[in-house]
Design a protein around this ligand. Structure first.
Ligand code: GLP
Length: 237
């Protein structure tokens, strides 16, 4: 893994943007995109740039089950606000959290087909404090493809900061599996803040185990980790 340590999240966004720009200028057509607070600075850089995204396809990692795209807590809404309204893509895909209410398996099969037809050139990831990637919680099989996930208390609590009430946080999500993520040609994972330091340490130098979903990235041939000094603080201990 290549590790880039920056002073803060804004600088981290600049570094991530350089990588995406380089890949796009060298033929990348399909971007795997992520939500959460971490990628926001990258999306700001992208939105402010003159980079042409009109020929690109995006495939997002996950969506809450039960939130309509116009719900301001949905990941559809997030992507629209932070990126797509400013930088139109040729086609954008996000898992169907409404179909998944009654037919999670159908929604998952649909999404795996989309990924198979549009192999991901560069996959962007954040990381949860417990080492989750997308919504693949500890214990998820490394062979998993798109599936419905019951969110852990830990993740519901962490994500409740975006909701007015913790009870409003959906209890499940539909998300790409670990195998889908590992199929990307290149992976860029970003993490900022001291609350990510333990997860980053476990991801980079801990054992590759399903209890730390991000640890599987040690087995991928092309991963760049972008961290600020706080998220990197456990690395030399
Ligand atoms: C959620 C998302 C993940 C994200 C994680 C960390 O669980 N499904 O994709 O990486 O939160 O979020 P943040 O970047 O806000 O710390």
């Amino acid at each position: 893994m290549k590790i880039i340590t920056t002073t803060n999240n804004v600088q981290g966004g600049v570094e991530a943007f350089k990588i995406f720009k380089h890949e796009i200028e060298n033929g990348a057509k399909v971007l795997g995109l992520a939500t959460g607070s971490t990628p926001v600075t990258l999306y700001q850089e992208l939105a402010a740039s003159s980079l042409d995204t009109s020929n690109l396809i995006s495939i997002n990692l996950d969506e809450y089950v039960g939130l309509t795209p116009d719900n301001d807590q949905s990941y559809h809404y997030f992507m629209q606000q932070h990126l797509f309204a400013k930088k139109p893509f040729k086609k954008t895909y996000i898992p169907d959290g409404i179909k998944a209410i009654n037919d999670p398996e159908g929604a998952a099969v649909d999404y795996d087909k989309i990924i198979a037809e549009n192999p991901i050139d560069v996959q962007l990831l954040g990381i949860g404090q417990n080492g989750h990637i997308a919504f693949n919680e500890p214990g998820t099989s490394f062979d998993s493809t798109t599936h419905e996930v019951t969110l852990t208390e830990n993740t519901i609590k962490a994500n409740s900061r975006f909701f007015s009430n913790i009870d409003d946080v959906p209890k499940s999500a539909i998300c790409m599996g670990i195998a889908n993520i590992m199929s990307a040609k290149k992976i860029v994972i970003m993490a900022f803040g001291a609350n990510k330091a333990k997860a980053i340490k476990a991801m980079i130098s801990g054992p590759v185990i399903e209890d730390v979903p991000a640890s599987i990235l040690q087995k991928h041939p092309d991963v760049t980790v972008i961290v600020d000094s706080a998220a990197a603080s456990e690395l030399n201990k």
